[in-house]
Design a protein around this ligand. Sequence first.
Ligand SMILES: Nc1nc2c(ncn2[C@@H]2O[C@H](COP(=O)(O)OP(=O)(O)OP(=O)(O)O)[C@@H](O)[C@H]2O)c(=O)[nH]1
Length: 502
Amino acid sequence: MWIARAKRMLELQTIRRRCWKSPCYVFSFLSYSDNPHKKTPLQETRMRDRFNLYAKGGDGGNGSTSFRRSRHDRRGKPDGGNGGRGGDVILECSPAVWDFSGLQNHVNAGRGGHGTSKNKIGTRGEDKVVQVPIGTVIHLKEGEIPSMVEHRSSTDLDPWELPGSLTTDQSEVDLQSSLNSNMAEKVKLFHAAGQLSSCTEITTEQYSLKNEITTDQSEGMKQENVPQPETLEEIRYNVAELTEEGQRMIVAYGGEGGLGNVCYPNVLVKPKATNSEVHRDNALEDETSNNRSSLRTGLPGSEAVLVLELKSIADVGLVGMPNAGKSTLLGAMSRAKPAIGYYAFTTLRPNLGNLNFDDLSITVADIPGLIKGAHRNRGLGHAFLRHIERTKVLAYVVDLAAALDGRKGIPPWEQLKDLVLELEHHQEGLSNRPSLVVANKIDETGAEEVFQELEKRVRAVPIYPVCAVLEEGISELKAGLKMLVDGDGISDSLSLENISVD
Ligand SMILES: Nc1nc2c(ncn2[C@@H]2O[C@H](COP(=O)(O)OP(=O)(O)OP(=O)(O)O)[C@@H](O)[C@H]2O)c(=O)[nH]1
């Protein structure tokens, strides 16, 4: 038997080896880039910095209907426990996550367990924790505003262009939100009343509240079924930000559990009816059982439709063409260890580094290289330009040696012009903040003359000659950046009028 098994293994291995060498396999490998539906390796590594998330809190578990009977009490006493609360959907800020590519669009928290006999409360539904990168901004399409909002945005960000986002009628929005808050208030009151009564007796207020809630809900559903002329999509921008490691925010709440029959003994009655109870009023009985079953059912968890957006948080943004030496510069200024390569687009996602001074720490973001037409999604495209939106200061990194010795690159002043144009195309006024120019690769032969020419052609902003590989000129550059971030430096923004090109 063992020999037969060994033979079979050998056969399988031979088949696998043949498949590997087969023309089909090789062809499929070669045609990888020809297939328009397949992603190229570059596309696969692109970061996702906008993400639609549908979050649903777990439904509450149902309350139990159970009776504890004994020899002495044949009708039994109610002892059905309450249902457990549903789990919440929580966003957690984590430095281990860079973008939203690992996230799922639909996230559901766990349902609460059902109550059981002997007054046992159902288990609480499992929370669903979704890890998001530091710098995540939450825009709300539907649902409640996330709780534990400790860090609201201080920046006045423009809402990005979603159709119809700015045309919503404010009065309608106010009306809708007041209706929603009314409803939420009622649900809270209902549960508060339930908790206060601490499983003794269900109060009449609770009945009326519950009925109100169900009628409101059913009316809402009825309205939903009626075809509306045009539903306006309301997006509440920038409702919360996750900016610190470990910060948590609940975006969808679990529903409360239903009540067990131990909480409403006056409506329990029933199971084995005695003869005298047979003539009970039928209408009243129906109503009571309806109320009872609606109280038993756990409430559904809340739902939220969110748009997550990632904006790196940095004081300084390094902007430059591919291969200008931004990553090398970041490594020279800080302890960051970004990938450095002699080829363009080594940097595929923003890298952050810290410049530490005695009284201040400055965060610098190295943005992947921009090329002419980045706003039309050329190169790594405008995907990264949003990371510059939050920076206080811009450091334009230019390669002094790009056009030297017959190289195909473009002179530094043209690099600057293209960079400013790309920023402005992405968002008007994006280049309008204190800036400086880092003239890198000053060590190359002929770079000194290019630097002198650059000084003549660029006005209004300071220019720092630097050799990032040898770490020359770095301390002066760091002092210059500190001054700009502090607001002490006299620097303007770099505009097209301040750059002379041929
Ligand atoms: N001679 C010289 N070469 C440098 C200097 N700084 C960087 N380089 C080289 O320039 C090349 C590109 O450097 P990177 O730091 O990867 O450039 P980058 O701007 O981050 O490039 P992208 O990732 O494409 O955006 C590397 O081969 C570096 O060694 C410098 O001061 N002098």
